[in-house]
Design a protein around this ligand. Structure first.
Ligand code: ZN
Length: 145
């Protein structure tokens, strides 16, 4: 059964990330510094190289795809919630190469920024805390109905 909660929009943050920084770590750092507990992020730009995760549902483990060349970020989308009381960013990304071929997946450390512009929408509301989910093997939101 689907479970959801109502949240309220508070602040919007708009900015650019550091050249040669690690993409997921830079976003998480902005959330930490702004004390964002729940939110939404979108971003675009380019990366020097990328590392993407693909969750293998059968063996319940992430597999990784390494793309060691420059790519455009055509879309990064993600949410912000808490894990062990700290902000955690869950983001997926679509990247394009010089021929317009697209790659996509779960964003993990190892994706290095060339340039990146972001918007983070912060919300106020109930705590969305991640915890181990038996059914999927993933750290999903532990919410009461
Ligand atoms: Zn994911």
């Amino acid at each position: 059964m689907a479970i959801w909660k109502s949240v309220e929009s508070t602040k919007l943050f708009m900015g650019k990330l550091t050249h040669s920084g690690d993409l997921i770590e830079e976003i998480t750092d902005v959330c930490r510094r702004e004390s964002i507990r729940i939110g939404w992020i979108e971003a675009l730009g380019a990366v020097q190289k990328a590392r993407l995760g693909y969750y293998n549902q059968e063996i319940r483990k992430y597999q990784f795809i390494d793309l060691d060349h420059p790519l455009e970020i055509t879309k990064l989308v993600g949410n912000i919630s808490l894990r062990d009381g700290e902000p955690i960013v869950h983001a997926h990304i679509t990247l394009a190469d010089q021929e317009g071929n697209a790659y996509g997946g779960h964003l993990v450390p190892g994706t290095i920024i060339f340039a990146c512009e972001f918007i983070i929408q912060a919300f106020e509301g109930p705590v969305f805390e991640r915890a181990f989910d038996e059914e999927t093997g993933l750290p999903l939101w532990a919410m009461e109905e």
